[in-house]
Each structure stands twice: as structure tokens, then as C-alpha cells.
Design a protein around this ligand. Sequence first.
Ligand code: BTN
Length: 330
Amino acid sequence: MSRERVLAMLRERPGEYLSGESMSRTLGISRAGVWKAIEGLRQEGYTIASAPNRGYRLEDAPDRLRVGELFGLLSDAKIGSQLMCLDVTDSTNTECKRQAMVGAPEGLVVTAEEQTGGRGRRGRGFQSPRGKGLYLSALFRPDLEPEQVSDFTAWVAVAVCDGIEACCGIRPQIKWTNDIVLGGKKLVGILTELSLVSETNTLDYMVTGIGINVNQGPEDFSDEVREMAVSLSQALGRPVRRADLAAQVILALDRMYAAYPEDKAEYLEKYRAACVTTGHQVQLITPTARRQAFALEIDDSFNLVVEHYNGKRETISAGEVSVRGMYGYV
Ligand code: BTN
């Protein structure tokens, strides 16, 4: 743990020298302990300069998701107040639920370098190649009825767009209800799972899992998804540090959760501005049928209002049907 705390201190002051003595005092470990942590980090690929009488300065860092990378940046945040950065797990959502069941507090964030059983909506899998994407789940325990959180994933989608914009300078769009797209291709998938207390039918906890394509190249996507998926590095033409992205996404989730559900007007406005589904012909897909309609607007509850050919309007809630563009994924 000393290694993570030393790293967190160095990351909090980019470009600055920190003396071994001040680190030792702040962290309550010996100077030798600081030196050992620095050596360990160097062996892991961190470039840390040292200068007599000045101390240590972080010059370059590998792209690793770890507590020391995030901890310092999230010191005031509720979401991210507990971090679990794993190397491999089946699914960060599943791990977050396991932690929730044994009493983990609200705000726990689980990340992984790789998921061996990444899960998507409607029972689909989510490809999660090692070191390429951001696979992150957060635990919420809002004091609300289950019906009151039906729009939660839409808020999360807005927060993820905010986080991506803060880190990368580009604002993606949202395909109703909560796929995040860039240039008509899927960039992010979000899976929210609820647990209810059966006796009272009240909400026990909510886990929101976010999978962002960050540094994947075409070879990292399977044949089925390659044509409709995109990564941030493909869009920007340069790699993106997943730890920086994770920090911005967690901070945006924290801001969103502090505003939830009171500041609905702001999130609704941002959602409507980002939504690519409205204003287009769409297919409404259920397990038994496909119908065509025109997507008119997002109503005040984040539902999609469509118009059928006979002029009839229908309001569709998340989870009822899957919506696809007529000519492609969006
Ligand atoms: C979808 O597009 O169908 C939703 C994909 C959600 C993927 C994320 S990755 C982190 C978290 N862990 C999972 O197993 N799934 C979510």
C-alpha cells in the first residue's frame, strides 16, 4: 500500500520534486520505506527522477489502472471513496455486487485491466481485452424507491460524456437509451443492475458498469462488432491514458450523483443535446417483431417518444424495446 500512496503523492504534484522526508512525514512511513516504494515503482516502468536535496519527481508513467493513480485525484469525491483496482476479474459489475452483498459502502469503484466474463445488456457479452479498455463499476445506495431510479442510466450516460470530454476534449453522443457513440459507432456500453430487498420491495443497491473502448485497434474487436465499434484512440489518432480517463469519469459520476435527482433539468438538457436517436427513422426491436417509427423527442422522464406511420404516438421506456437506426447501428 505504501507504493500506492507514494505514487498518489507524486501524481498529485506533476512536475514538482517532493522530498523523501516530506513524503515520509505525510505518509507516516520511514525514509527507507519511501525509497523502497520508489524503487518498486521504477521496476514497474515508472520514470522517477531523483535529485540530491530536492527529492523525487514523476516524469513518465505506464498506462495502468491502480489505486495510486486515482486516489489523490478523488480525495473529495464520494464516488471513488473506496477503490478496488484489479488485474483480472470475471466482471467488474459482478465483483462490485459481491462487495455490495458483504456490506461495501456506497461509492466503491471497481476497475480491472481485463474481464474474462464481461457482461452487456440483454444477456450479451462485452469484449474486454487486457489493457485496452476502461472497465469500471460503481456502487450506489440511493435512498429512493426502485421506480424513482428508472432514469438513472440516462444520467450516467451524460456523466460519462462529461468525463470523456474533460479528459479527451471531444464530446460523444448518446444513442437512446444509454449507448455512447462517436461518429455513428459504439464507444461505450453501460449496464446498470439493481438489487431489491424482497420483503419491502425497496432498493438495496445499484451497480452501474461502464465499458469504454479506449485504446483498441481494429484487431482488438471481433468480426461481429468491428464495423460498429470505435475506440477513443481511433477517433483521436493517439493513445489515451486510461487512468486519466478513469479519474475524469469517476469525478463526473460523483458530480452527477450529488445532483441526482434534484438537478434533472440540467441532465435532461444535456441528454437531449447529445441524443442522436431523435429526428430519425428507427426500428423498434422486440424479441418477436421489428416495427418502424419516427423518433420524435425525449420526454421529461428520459423516455423516447415515437410516431408511427398512422400518426399515433407511443412513449417507450428503457428496457422495453431495443432501438436501432434504419441504416446502421445509430
Ligand atoms: C452493453 O453495451 O450492452 C453494456 C456493456 C457494459 C460493459 C461494462 S464493462 C464494466 C462492467 N462490467 C461488466 O461486466 N459489464 C460492464
